[in-house]
Design a protein. Structure first.
Length: 276
């Protein structure tokens, strides 16, 4: 099949606009009439560039045309704007978040977004320039973790599972730490800038969406999240579009054997297909 050029649309949504204001906009896009040629037509999908943007582009160029689907990839560079854009109809679906993140958005912004299903796990890991194992963290070691509730909880849960700290059930921030026997010093950092914090800390927790663009690999990690994680990223849409045939076809393509093989070949253990 001849290669297609996916249209990457850079979002113009200002990062400074509050979630609440955006969520107040009209919710969801209406389902367009199918093209006269019988194809499914265009679908606008919001995503961060790596890995979701790359996955969408690969699917569009290799699988979508034969399936009668035209994927318009709408690029975002942070976690705060894709959901408001989906809620107000700027996009038809997005691929960047896990179900917990989506539920938190719905709760805080009054949203009604729904999950179509799991697509992949962007395996998170702790990275270090000075250590080769998480067991080498000593008294008073400095650890940088994400400042958003979902990924901060994720980091704390992994440390607790290793027996390095103890946390309260449902802990989503540092207040949830109930025991810190090694007196680790934690800093909460914006997710996108965590790779830059590695030289200044003993260990830094980075999700794959930001580790990969920064050139980090699984070989550089001192502790990697397992594939039994609850944080698989989902294809999300609105209630109005959840039964749209374009959404169903997109999910089918994203979870196909061909797409799974592409993820494994391209990113190895850091991107785990949801159908594995």
């Amino acid at each position: 099949m001849a290669s297609r050029t996916t249209r990457r649309i850079a979002t113009t949504i200002a990062a400074g606009i509050t979630v609440a204001a955006l969520a107040a906009c009209s919710s969801g896009a209406s389902t367009p009439e199918a093209p006269a040629d019988g194809s499914l037509g265009e679908i606008r999908v919001g995503a961060l560039p790596v890995p979701a943007g790359d996955i969408l582009e690969w699917v569009d160029e290799n699988l979508a045309e034969e399936a009668g689907l035209d994927i318009e990839y709408v690029e975002f560079t942070d976690y705060n704007t894709p959901n408001p854009a989906l809620s107000d109809g700027t996009t038809d679906a997005n691929l960047f978040q896990n179900s917990t993140f989506m539920e938190t958005y719905n709760s805080q912004a009054g949203g009604t977004l729904v999950s179509v299903g799991e697509v992949y796990l962007p395996a998170a890991a702790f990275y270090s320039e000075s250590l080769t194992s998480i067991d080498e963290l000593g008294e008073g070691a400095t650890i940088a973790i994400p400042n958003d509730p979902t990924n901060e909880a994720r980091a704390l849960e992994i440390l607790a599972a290793e027996g390095l700290i103890e946390i309260a059930e449902g802990a989503t921030n540092l207040d949830g730490i109930t025991a810190n026997p090694s007196n680790f010093r934690f800093s909460e950092v914006e997710n996108a800038t965590l790779p830059l914090a590695i030289p200044d800390n003993d260990a830094v927790f980075v999700t794959a969406s930001f580790a990969l663009p920064a050139g980090l690999t699984q070989d550089q990690a001192i502790l990697t999240e397992g594939d039994d994680s609850e944080y698989f990223n989902i294809l999300a849409t609105t209630p109005e579009l959840q039964d749209d045939p374009r959404i169903a076809k997109l999910y089918e393509l994203l979870t196909s054997d061909e797409t799974d093989a592409y993820m494994l070949e391209t990113w190895g253990g850091l991107i785990v297909p949801g159908t594995e």
